[in-house]
Design a binder for this molecule. Structure first.
Ligand code: NDP
Length: 444
């Protein structure tokens, strides 16, 4: 049995109840086969794959808090510190009822390679809770965040582990958590990113993931003889990533015509009105029905369905496994030329394979959405220097990082004889640097 197959079998036995984690490991290890086969004896002896698929540590803890009726509620908190070979653990905190250990592990595992691809010194980690922020008052959110941080603060720090936002964790939640960290630890340090601008946040962090997605997509198209300007773009999600992806696509002369949330989706043939979308989602925190009510050109549909809209470029920006094989078939039938993942693992393995086999340019999330974590690392740099850079300075660094990421993965794919397979390229480029550092640091 090959080394990859042996380790895949072990990982399956050890983590049988964690389908998302298994999916991520399978995708990564399968695409790393060319590199691993070229170094099989050495990697096997050093147990590189066993070490890289086992988190350094995984923390699970009780998060008790009191709701507005005086009732005590209990949630489960997580932080998985996966790998710190190239820098302090870095990765977001997801607050969503679907959160469990397997989802946090899948996200933490992916984060190792994504962070490595940015070429910045950050390791991989992820955390969160099954707490649902929807419908909670500000006081309830604060009570939860303070309780969550009361436990988490024992394990994180500016040089050890620096969490950030993710689904359900925005500026409000980061603010409450930062306040509690400072209060308990007595330290004013860059322990979280995604902070408000008045207390150490970075300009352009809010826009970074969506903007970065478009910088990389534009470069991928350019290197394949296509121009983003004039393209029709279909976007899923209506949160942080989707909103700023739509905004940057418009600035580049493309036309995004859809967005979605967990209950329905919008088709707006005139192009999405970003100001209205922000008003509905960021200010009112309302459903997309309100967007449709305020915009005559928009159609609202219940359920899912954005991938049925004819487009040149598809950008899944909501959540994992939201683009399946049937969606992929429909996109291909409608002539899509590129799919770039704004969310983490939004495309199923089967759908990814189908898209690639049908000649669609496919940029995986760990490369395409790395702009968020890259800018978080730029926030860490600014905090360490006690300086704030201008929006333009951060944005231009972000643009360069995304262009470099694309070329790194393009080169890695070519080096291993899988030119144009950007999934393999991203995994290989991210893996090589981490493994180099692991080997240099001995058995640990
Ligand atoms: P937000 O919480 O801001 O937005 C998420 C959007 O996706 C919302 O519109 C939400 O709908 C929708 N959504 C969430 N879960 C589901 C579901 N199960 N089914 C359908 N729709 C759903 O999150 P972000 O925009 O920050 O994150 C989106 C994705 O991007 C995630 O995969 C995240 O891990 C990834 N990502 C985010 C980064 C960042 O910087 N923010 C960085 C890198 C990756 P509703 O409004 O109804 O809740």
């Amino acid at each position: 049995m090959s080394y990859v197959d042996e380790v895949l079998a072990q990982v399956k036995t050890k983590n049988a109840n964690e389908p998302e984690f298994l999916q991520a490991v399978e995708e990564v290890l399968n695409s790393l086969r060319p590199v691993i086969e070229a170094n099989e004896e050495k990697y096997r002896k050093e147990a590189i794959l066993e070490r890289i698929t086992e988190p350094d540590r995984q923390l699970m803890f009780r998060v008790p808090w009191v709701d507005d009726n005086g009732q005590v509620q209990v949630n489960r908190g997580f932080r998985v510190q996966f790998n710190n070979a190239i820098g302090p653990y870095k990765g977001g905190l997801r607050l969503h009822p679907s959160v469990n250990l397997g989802i946090i592990k899948f996200l933490g595992f992916e984060q190792i390679f994504k962070n490595s691809l940015t070429s910045l010194p950050i390791g991989g980690g992820k955390g969160g809770s099954d707490f649902d922020p929807k419908g909670k008052s500000d006081r309830e959110i604060m009570a939860f965040c303070q309780s969550f941080m009361t436990e988490l603060c024992k394990y994180i720090g500016a040089d050890t582990d620096v969490p950030a936002g993710d689904i359900g964790t925005g500026a409000r939640e980061i603010g409450f958590m930062f306040g509690q960290y400072k209060r308990i630890r007595g330290l004013y340090e860059g322990v979280l990113t995604g902070k408000g601008l008045s207390y150490g946040g970075s300009l352009a962090r809010t826009e970074a993931t969506g903007y970065g997605l478009l910088y990389l997509t534009r470069e991928m198209l350019k290197c394949n003889g296509q121009d983003i300007a004039g393209k029709t773009v279909v976007v899923s999600g209506a949160g942080n990533v989707a909103t700023y992806a739509i905004q940057k696509a418009q600035q580049m002369g493309a036309k995004p015509v859809t967005c979605s949330d967990s209950t329905g989706w919008i088709y707006d043939p005139e192009g999405i009105d970003v100001a209205l979308l922000k008003e509905v989602k960021e200010v009112k925190r309302a459903r997309l029905t309100e967007y449709a009510a305020a915009r005559p050109s928009a159609e609202y549909h219940e359920g899912r369905g954005v991938w049925s809209v004819k487009c040149d470029v598809a950008l899944p920006c909501a959540t994992q496994n939201e683009l399946d094989i049937e969606d992929a078939k429909q996109l291909v039938a409608n002539g899509v030329i590129a799919v770039a993942e704004g969310a983490n693992m939004p495309t199923t393995l089967e759908a990814t394979k189908y898209l690639q086999e049908n000649g669609v340019l496919f940029a995986p999330g760990k490369a395409a959405n790395a702009g968020g974590v890259a800018t978080s690392a730029l926030e860490m740099s600014q905090n360490s220097e006690r300086l704030s850079w201008s929006f333009e300075e951060v944005d231009s660094k972000l643009e360069n990082i995304m262009i470099n990421i694309f070329h790194n993965l393009d080169d890695a794919a070519k080096r291993y004889g899988v030119a144009g397979d950007y999934v393999a390229g991203a995994n290989i480029a991210g893996f090589e640097k981490v493994v180099d550092a692991m080997l240099a640091q001995g058995v640990c």
